[in-house]
Design a protein around this ligand. Structure first.
Ligand SMILES: *Cc1c(COP(=O)(O)O)cnc(C)c1O
Length: 431
């Protein structure tokens, strides 16, 4: 599969932008490849500038769930654009989306829209510090919450394959307020709170997505919630990926927890730039203009993004059976690919839940940061390149989730399984 036009665009891009990209993982560096350039996307497929077609398991990192260029959504947006692209004043659709989100998440009484997930987590942390009058925060190793200074400590996603453990440019004074616990290891969190009484909040991805998919073990989230309540710390659930993906109502609904603040993003913008954070009334009322905690945004609640979000959430609300189908499809993949891995003696196992999964090159069960970090990145690189060559686009890093859309249907599952067989057969002699 030729990628000449992509290669020449990338070459020019590297002369104009750092690493040629606007978000590091797009450079394909952790799989030692160079990126392809998208021309358009439809349903479950991406089409590049060289005329290649890829079955897409990145789905804009989870922002797309209905499928690319969904006909209904496209129609709504065409109409929305005619009405103006940004107002800078209130409009009825932001009331609509707020109502949809509040109805879907019982833990959210009030919410505010932002333009990205990063802004949502950044603002949630600020609010937690203001509300508790404490400075410290606990985050879990390998969880990624956007590129917020205080949260760029032991983070996953692009940072999991970053040469340095953390980002440069984060003041030590800030980083020293961030305490690192381990996902699925409640003792590590108990130990932190034993020694430090200055902690405002604990932020986590209720299902880890940015170290690859890692599910919470039985009781872990409930225990975290209990510690937070006992210590007077706020529990912040970062559901930027999981909200509206694993279930209508998110992972907190799935696992029966009630965070103080929830962060949302990706899906809620229907492919446009949007995030949100919301939670208990008494906490959210600390935000300006009611309270003393400042937070704002020129494009927050942008009418195009909001109308795309409203369309998407209403669709999800009215087609909840689709979640069960996504769950079944991933279960099928897990079982079938598991059998193939055994047949070809490939150390590979899939962690998955509704709408998201990760295949790890490891024999061991992946249940925490340590076990995930121990997988073979060399085998992943080989797998990624062979899959791409066969027209399937998985994330260009081992430590990411694969995301389904409603357009990943039987045909796509068959294509995926057939390609797995072919790729594993090629790899069998190499492992
Ligand atoms: C993507 C992501 C973010 C950051 O969202 P952006 O829109 O990229 O700023 C935050 N938290 C989680 C869990 C994410 O996956």
């Amino acid at each position: 599969m030729a990628r000449e036009r992509s290669a020449s665009l990338y070459e020019e891009a590297t002369r104009l932008m750092p690493g040629g990209v606007n978000s590091p993982v797009r450079a394909f560096r952790s799989v030692n490849d160079i990126p392809f350039y998208a021309q358009r996307a439809k349903g479950a497929y991406l089409f590049d500038v060289d005329g290649n077609c890829y079955l897409d398991y990145v789905s804009s990192w989870g922002a797309i769930i209905l499928g690319h260029a969904d006909d209904g959504l496209v129609n709504v947006i065409k109409g929305a654009v005619e009405d103006g692209t940004s107002y800078g004043v209130c409009h009825p659709h932001e009331v609509e989306i707020a109502r949809l989100i509040v109805d879907a998440f019982p833990s959210i009484e009030l919410l505010r829209l932002t333009s990205s997930g990063t802004e949502a987590t950044m603002s949630a942390i600020r609010l937690a510090r203001a509300f508790t009058k404490r400075q410290g925060i606990i985050k879990l190793r390998g969880c990624y919450h956007g590129h917020v200074d205080s949260l760029l400590v032991k983070a996953g996603s692009g940072l999991a394959t970053f040469a340095l453990p953390d980002s440069s440019g984060v003041p030590e004074d800030l980083a020293r307020h961030t305490y690192i616990g381990e996902f699925n290891r409640i003792d590590t969190i108990r130990n932190i709170v034993k020694g430090h009484k200055d902690i405002s909040c604990l932020i986590l991805e209720p299902i880890m997505g940015n170290m690859g998919v890692i599910l919470p073990e039985k009781g872990f989230l409930a225990d975290v919630q209990e510690i937070c309540r006992k210590e007077g710390m706020l529990l912040i659930c970062d559901e930027v990926i999981t909200g509206f993906r694993v279930l209508y109502g998110g992972a907190q609904h799935m696992y029966g927890i009630e965070p103080d603040i929830t962060c949302l993003g990706k899906i809620i913008g229907g492919g446009f730039a949007m995030g949100a954070f919301g939670g208990r009334r008494e906490i959210m009322e600390r935000l300006a203009p009611l309270g003393d905690t400042y937070q704002a945004g020129t494009l927050s609640g942008n009418p195009i993004a909001v109308r795309a979000g409203v369309y998407t959430l209403e669709y999800l609300r009215d087609h909840r059976d689709q979640y069960e189908l996504m769950r079944q499809r991933i279960e099928l993949l897990r079982n079938e690919v598991g059998r193939m891995a055994e047949k070809y003696a490939i150390p590979y196992c899939i962690n998955g839940t509704t709408g998201m999964f990760t295949g790890f090159f490891s024999k061991k069960k992946i249940s925490d940061y340590e076990s995930a970090a121990g997988c073979s990145r060399t085998l992943y690189e080989r797998f990624f390149k062979l899959m791409l060559q066969e027209g399937i686009f998985f994330a260009p890093s081992q430590f990411e989730a694969s995301l389904l859309t409603f357009c990943h249907q039987e045909k796509e599952m068959t294509q995926t399984l057939e390609t797995y067989e072919k790729v594993f057969e090629t790899m069998r002699t190499e492992v």
